[in-house]
Design a binder for this molecule. Sequence first.
Ligand SMILES: O=C[C@H](O)COP(=O)(O)O
Length: 259
Amino acid sequence: MKNPIIVGNWKLNGSKNMIHEFFTILLKKMNIHTNCKIIITPPMIYLTLVKHYLNKSPIKLGAQNVDIHSSGAFTGEVSPEMLKDIGVEYVIIGHSERRIYHKENEKCIIKKFSATKNAGLKPILCIGENEKENKTNKTKETCILQINTIIDALGIKSLKNTIIAYEPIWAIGKGIFPSPTKVQEIHKHIRLYIEKKDQNISKKISIQYGGSINLKNITDFLSQDDIDGVLIGSASLCAKTFLNIIKHVEKLTSTKIKH
Ligand SMILES: O=C[C@H](O)COP(=O)(O)O
């Protein structure tokens, strides 16, 4: 693995003080020539403030959500063009918390994915099964169905430069997670599925894992051939923990070169 992707998704957390402290600690101690691709997705209201701290760092900015329109009478929304305008590069789409709490369905996810790509932003497309689907062995089927929604509507080429984030819903924020070998099996299945459809596109996507990642379990996940990175929620909120995770991954990739 050459450039593991580490995404810190802050969800609905943060404040001006927290951001100041977080980047004071992180930027003082992190390697600015890191081999990791690090992305932070703060709440919408703090994107500009975070961007200000990121200016002289290798960390990229991502948004947790986006609207499907470019402009107009859509009170409370933020367009992909606006995100691009302030320096955002990535957008999380289809996170289970938006699917569940905001009733985002596949139709909405297709539109958000398309709007994101059209604005020149890179999607982080979340997929993953719920507890019932996990217990009834429907994980692979569910993931492929979710990916196929995009492929059927927008074509396989639309997946170019997409980060697919496999997040089993039952593992998010719970401190429980599937075994890294199980996740490897799912990732490989997804990769082969895309490869069968278009070999070139499969080389241009990354597949990361998300769900209760912490300093203790990250090595086991990133040691798997088809896990290209991680999407971290709660463990990304503390600068020291996040910094340790980055250092840990850097060490891991310099000692154990794969692929
Ligand atoms: O976006 C992040 C994922 O939902 C994982 O969250 P978590 O690390 O708190 O389980």
